[in-house]
Design a protein around this ligand. Structure first.
Ligand code: IPM
Ligand code: MN
Length: 352
């Protein structure tokens, strides 16, 4: 029997609740396909930080490196100043484990849940490849004259040839494998960010022309991309973009696919430890009430199986999710699903 070791970080707020359901569904799928997942749970998050002062011990990072995949619930605690846990846990894991790609599918499963008029599942099915290790997220920058009227705050966007190229190559390969419209769009801001996106645009066309001649190349500014997400989402196949723009456009993407209750993503290290997570936050106000939607976490589990090289088991989860979303769920929003968190997990597991 094929076995995979999986690290599980429930994290903060509703994170552990949704991860419980993801594990329930993963267990149903792996059983069906004669696979086994061995879970190791880690209690990192806001609660541990408040109790012990530890954010993410180096020893835990060293252990996590040994796993092919991590399943993550959510990071973010109302009693911890914003930035400490996000930077200290989530971003540190993305950086130190060199999860250089953040893969975020935007797929509408049922038109009832799309806020856009007349848009159906056949109109909304694309993938955003977000660079995940560079850009404005590296923490480069600083203050001068902090706290005085003359203070200066500089936040630098870091774009290395190596980082940009590996992200672009991943996106081209992904587009080739996806085999839909064979269309890759670079989302940037070449009219203002004339250094960063000059590099991106040159590398995009060089690599595309030489290594992926069959993939159509397209470019749009990030503001126009937002406009088209709303107006013509059917135009998109695969989009590649930097870390900050990818962060922003995927929240908009999540809304047009039905909301944070369904949106999942993967932080990918193609050669190492990847980490899969619902893209929404810890939703602390719903903690412990059993009302949060676990589908995003379940879909994160599905992406994880796919990346582990188990596409059939992954497909079984997606098919089950689609069925439950279309036939049972009343709303994808917390508290309005018509079922509790664990009932939704039960429904999907049974459908698998
Ligand atoms: C996301 C989140 C994170 C990000 C935050 C929590 C640091 O918004 O995964 O999109 O900005 O990447
Ligand atoms: Mn975000």
């Amino acid at each position: 029997m094929k076995t995979y070791d999986i690290a599980v970080i429930g994290g903060d707020g509703t994170g552990p609740e949704v991860i419980r359901e993801a594990v329930k569904v993963l267990d149903a799928a792996t059983k069906k396909f004669n696979l086994k997942l061995n879970y190791t749970h880690y209690d990192i998050g806001g609660a541990r930080y408040l109790k012990t002062g530890e954010v993410l011990p180096d020893s835990v990072i060293a252990e996590l490196r040994k796993f092919p995949a991590i399943l993550l619930g959510a990071i973010g605690h109302p009693d911890v100043k914003p930035g400490i846990l996000e930077k200290g846990i989530l971003l540190r894991l993305r950086f130190e484990l060199e999860q250089c790609i953040n893969l975020r599918p935007v797929k509408l499963y049922d038109e009832r849940f799309c806020p856009l008029k007349d848009k159906k599942p056949e109109h909304i099915d694309f993938v955003v490849v977000r660079e995940n290790n560079e850009g404005l997220y590296t923490g480069a920058g600083g203050f001068v004259f902090k706290g005085t009227p003359n203070e200066i705050a500089v936040q630098e966007s870091v774009n290395t040839r190596r980082g940009v190229e590996r992200c672009l190559r991943f996106a081209f390969e992904f587009c080739r494998k996806r085999d839909r419209d064979k269309k890759l769009m670079l989302c940037g801001k070449t009219n203002v960010l004339t250094y960063a996106f000059d590099l991106w645009e040159r590398a995009f066309h060089e690599i595309g022309q030489k290594e992926f001649p069959e993939i159509k190349r397209d470019y749009a500014h990030v503001d126009a991309t937002c406009m088209w997400f709303v107006k013509n989402p059917e135009w998109f196949d695969v989009i590649v973009t930097d870390n900050m723009f990818g962060d922003i456009i995927t929240d908009l993407g999540a809304m047009i696919q039905g909301g944070m209750g369904i949106a999942a993503g993967g932080n990918i290290n193609p050669q190492g430890t990847s980490m899969f997570e619902p893209i929404g936050g810890s939703a602390p106000k719903y903690t412990g009430q059993g009302v949060i939607n676990p589908l995003a976490a379940i879909c994160a589990g599905q992406m994880m199986l796919d990346f582990l090289g188990e596409p059939k088991a992954a497909q079984a989860i997606e098919t089950a999710v689609i069925k439950i979303v279309r036939d049972r769920i009343k709303s994808l929003a917390a508290g309005k699903m018509g079922y509790s968190t664990s009932q939704v997990g039960d429904l999907v597991a049974a459908a698998v």
